[in-house]
Design a protein around this ligand. Structure first.
Ligand code: 13P
Ligand code: SF4
Length: 319
């Protein structure tokens, strides 16, 4: 591993390449270059989008999933953007198309469409604004219309619905998309863990089914939020023990950030995120060095990028 890391670092420098790594990467990819690893930034989808938009590097390698690499390209069309495995998808992004959004608009005339960032460029281009789990609530509250369409995560939509209705009185129309990782957190298994660790606090992602969230918070306290909300909550809490209901390798980030705390991580991994390895990251850099064709490059139509950038830039005004 050390040899691969050293070679990645050498080639990054030689090719002026920035490496962005999502919190759900395997631990060996999470480590920042200044701490001996390969990543220039480690973050959630919002932080990495912002880092991509500000980058002046010639190339960006996105160690994450394809909708994130697409977002980086749309926000920074002058850089070449690569994802080490084009098959790194997302069940949420795949659950909805541009045609579905057009149809929803016909069914609910006048209702603005808020899309979660976990969507592909064609879908984003049909929406009014994009959100991430960090800014969804503020974005929903900013619309004057009484009915809003939120796509594609039905569980996040249901979890948000209560807060949005309480804060704004608005009605949310949802789509039936699901995260194949977070939907696996079910009430029965959560209850067993909660019974085994009664002192622990809960760390739950918005994408966990609302039925699980509701029953879990009846027994224990904690946070329901985005990946970044989860990380910052631990820093503010006095608890020593936490149950994590999110992607397994976020547990590695938490364990290395808070070494004095204990994290109970059921360990459900996102198969798409795990397609990205040190080896396939190195292969992209080797092709860049040689100037050979790179099939892992994000290549989007300019008109499509221009249309998808509008709702993304609207989101960035909230960040
Ligand atoms: P974040 O927006 O919290 O990075 O989440 C992205 C994701 O894919 C969650 O499953
Ligand atoms: Fe998509 Fe879920 Fe994987 Fe996140 S964890 S990339 S939402 S499948």
């Amino acid at each position: 591993m050390e040899e691969i890391i050293a070679e990645i670092k050498r080639l990054k420098k030689q090719t002026n390449t920035l490496i962005l790594a999502h919190y759900y990467m395997s631990p060996e990819i999470q480590v920042l270059e200044k701490e001996g690893g390969i990543a220039d930034h480690l973050g959630d989808s919002l932080a990495l989008s912002v880092a991509a938009s500000r980058s002046e590097a010639t190339n960006i390698i996105f160690c994450g999933v394809r909708f994130m690499a697409e977002t980086a390209k749309i926000l920074n069309p002058h850089s070449r953007v690569f994802i080490p495995d084009m098959e790194a998808g997302c069940s949420l992004a795949e659950s909805i198309t541009a045609a579905d959004v057009i149809q929803l608009r016909k069914q609910h005339p006048g209702a603005p469409v808020i899309a979660y960032i976990n969507t592909y460029a064609e879908t984003k281009a049909e929406c009014d604004i994009i959100c991430t789990s960090r800014n969804a609530l503020a974005i929903a509250a900013s619309f004057k219309e009484d009915t809003l369409i939120f796509v594609p995560d039905v569980f996040m939509g249901n979890n948000l619905r209560k807060s949005i209705q309480e804060a704004t009185g608005k009605k949310l129309i949802l789509w039936d998309g699901r995260c194949e990782v977070h939907e696996q957190f079910r009430s029965a298994e959560m209850s067993l863990m909660q019974a085994a660790y009664p002192e622990a606090e809960l760390l739950m992602h918005w994408e966990v089914p609302d039925a699980t969230v509701d029953s879990a918070f009846k027994q224990q306290k904690g946070v329901l939020g985005s990946t970044s909300d989860i990380i910052s909550y631990v820093g503010k809490s006095n608890s020593k023990q936490f149950i994590l209901a999110s992607e397994c390798d976020l547990g590695a980030v938490l364990k290395s950030t808070y070494r004095d705390r204990e994290f109970i991580t059921p360990c459900i991994r996102c198969p798409h995120m795990k397609r990205i390895t040190l080896q396939n990251t190195l292969e992209v850099l080797r092709k860049l060095e040689k100037g050979s064709p790179i099939s892992e490059e994000i290549d989007l139509d300019h008109d499509l990028m221009d249309r998808a950038r509008i709702p993304l830039e609207r989101m960035l005004t909230f960040s």
